[in-house]
Each structure stands twice: as C-alpha cells, then as structure tokens.
Design a protein around this ligand. Structure first.
Ligand code: ACO
Length: 320
C-alpha cells in the first residue's frame, strides 16, 4: 500500500515576460532562446509573495481532493528558497490552511517534488501519515543573475501542490545525487559576522550550461529505465511522461531511444520556462485540469537539477 494522487493545484504570477521583452535589456533574441530551449515566455513575480502563491496552490489541491487542512498529516514543500529561511514555506502553508501537522521544506532543486513524493511514501509506509500535502514554490527570478543571458532567460516563477493519500497508485520511485557545483548559488546574503574569513562569492546562480546539459540527458534516461524496471513495466508502457521542463532538447534527447510518441510527452515549457521544482507540479495540474488522464493511466515523473540531483516516480492515475 502506498499513495495515490488525490488532488492538484497550481498558481502562476500574473506578469508574463516574453523573449522579446528580455531582448530589450539583454543581448539575446526570441529566435536564440526558442530554438535552443523551446521557451517563448515565463511568469515572473512582481508584487506577489511566493508564500501567497504556495498557499493558493495548496488550497486548490485540498479542495480538489476534498480534504480539509486539519486532515493533513504531513506538509512538505519543495523549494530552493522560500520568502524566509524560517519559518519554512511548509510551515507558512500549514498556518494558512489551519494545520498543525509536521511541516518542512525540501531542497533538491528541480527534483524537489519527486523527493517529496518519496518522503511521503515512506511516512505512509511507516504508518506515520495517511494524507500528505506536497507543495512546490520557486521564485527563480530572485535567484538568477539578470545580467547573465546564458542562464536568466531559462527560468520562471510559480507554485503548485498535490495531495497524496494512502492507497494504490505509486508503483516505483528512484532518487539519486551526483554531487557537483555545475549549478551553484552561494548562500551568503546578509552575512556580517566579524569572524567570517570566507570571501563572499557572487550571490546569484552560476551555471555551466553545457555540463548540465550532458548530465541531464544521461540522468533522465537512466532514471526512466530504473523507475520502469522497479515498476515492472517498459518505458513504452508509460501513458504520460511528465519530464522536468528545463529544455525541450534535453527532453527529446533523453526520450529519443524509447520512440515515445510526442503527444505522450507533456510540455508547458514554452509558456512557463524552467520553474525548478515547480515545473512537474504545474505540468501535472494543468493536464489534470484539461482532463488528459484516465483512471489506470501510468504517469512517469522524471527530473534532474542542481546538486546534481535526479529522480523518477511512476504512479497510476487513480481518479475519474
Ligand atoms: N542569447 C543569445 N546568445 C546566447 C545566449 C542568449 N540568451 N546565451 C548564450 N548565448 C551564446 C553563448 O555566449 C555562446 O556564444 P559564443 O559561441 O560566442 O561563446 C553561444 O550562444 C552558444 O552557447 P552554448 O552554451 O553553446 O549554447 P547551447 O546550445 O549549449 O545552449 C543552454 C545553452 C540553453 C544553456 C543549454 O546548454 C542548456 O539548456 N543547458 C542546461 C541548463 C539547465 O537545464 N539548467 C537548469 C538546471 S536545473 C536548476 O538550475 C534548478
């Protein structure tokens, strides 16, 4: 007995920034960004707070699942950085929905939601929870260097949520880390210790795009094979692929050898860019709301991210 996905939600900031908008202040173009990544535009936080988006997404997911805040046994939030280091974003969401359940944030970069799904599975398997709220929220626009055209054009902001409940659904999950600084973001903001002797690094994200690209294609392919093997299915048996939305070329390259029909590979990258942990969550909610999934369909989530982390989860859609 593991979990099934009982409800989903997602919220994007109002402000939409197109590639042409970026070309107003960066030496770039819609043509370069779209052909290299598949991204046309992304949503960016302006006046909104990330925790407001996270709470709104969580409320949608709870309502979709027909679950009240006080029925939640555990709250997990996948994020690289919430509005505050403490309280965690998970605690803030818990306060807003009237929950006193244990709550904590998980930083596994873009793979955060998959890590949370596996933590939820472990709590449920151990009899410590029956209903888990998983939230993801990322303010990438506040983490990137807006003068670095090779990285800032890739990202967007957003929040999503899912409620998972004890029952039949999850078939397998694999997680991995391959520690590397190929993407890194120093966390020294505001340090004024008179004892500190560590030189302060640039604060924004630094990324070796080529290195990450190679890692991503390899890691996504391996995680797909491992998760399918653990679920006792072949990659061709998966009804819907929900890959991390970092770059459409990475998605195509990592799935190429399985000859998966394009319509079974779900995308929102052209409209949202890379929202880190939130990408697969928003993708799930958008396609769930469109009525794409049928009861019994096999969904495969696969992601890679800073760390470097990677993972895949196979779950059967258990709703009408
Ligand atoms: N506009 C125009 N030109 C650009 C831009 C831009 N926005 N960015 C880079 N260039 C230039 C480069 O300077 C380079 O010029 P040069 O040849 O004169 O030096 C040229 O374009 C080619 O650059 P490449 O890096 O070779 O371009 P590539 O085809 O490899 O694409 C990209 C770059 C899109 C970053 C790709 O490597 C990629 O997607 N990597 C993975 C990144 C990723 O997924 N990161 C997210 C990880 S998860 C996380 O961070 C949470």
């Amino acid at each position: 007995m593991s979990f099934y996905i009982a409800g989903t939600g997602s919220v994007l900031p109002e402000k939409v920034v197109s590639n042409d908008d970026l070309a107003q202040f960066l030496d770039t173009s819609d043509e370069w960004i779209f052909t290299r990544t598949g991204i046309r535009r992304r949503h960016v936080l302006t006046g909104e707070r990330l925790d407001d988006l996270a709470v709104a997404a969580a409320e949608q997911a709870l309502s979709d699942a027909g679950v009240k805040g006080e029925e939640v046994d555990l709250i997990l939030c996948a994020t690289m950085r919430g509005d505050f280091y403490t309280p965690s974003l998970a605690c803030t969401v818990g306060g807003a929905i009237g929950s006193h359940a244990p709550a904590f944030d998980v930083n596994a970069a873009c793979v955060g939601v998959l890590y949370c799904m596996e933590i939820a599975d472990s709590f449920i398997a151990a009899g410590k929870a029956e209903t888990v709220l998983i939230v993801s929220a990322e303010a990438m626009s506040k983490l990137v260097d807006w003068t670095d055209r090779a990285s800032c054009v890739l990202f967007g902001d957003g929040a999503g949520a899912m409620v998972v409940r004890k029952g039949e659904g999850r078939l397998s999950g694999v997680l991995r880390s391959d520690p590397s600084f190929a993407i890194h973001m120093p966390n020294l903001e505001g340090i004024n210790s008179p004892y500190n002797q560590v030189p302060q690094e640039k604060l924004a994200m630094v990324m070796d795009g080529g290195e990450v690209y190679k890692f991503a294609v390899n890691a996504m392919g391996h995680r797909i094979e491992e998760a399918c093997a653990a679920a006792g299915i072949a990659p061709a048996d998966v009804d819907w692929y929900l890959p991390h939305q970092a770059n459409v070329r990475i998605i195509d390259a990592s799935l190429k050898k399985y000859r998966i029909p394009k319509e079974r590979v779900l995308l929102n990258i052209s409209e949202c860019g890379n929202m880190s942990a939130t990408s697969v969550m928003v993708l799930l909610d958008q396609y769930a709301k469109k009525g794409t999934f049928r009861r019994g369909d096999k969904l495969l989530f696969v992601a890679f991210g800073g760390g470097l982390t990677s993972g895949a989860v196979v779950s059967v859609w258990n709703r009408d």
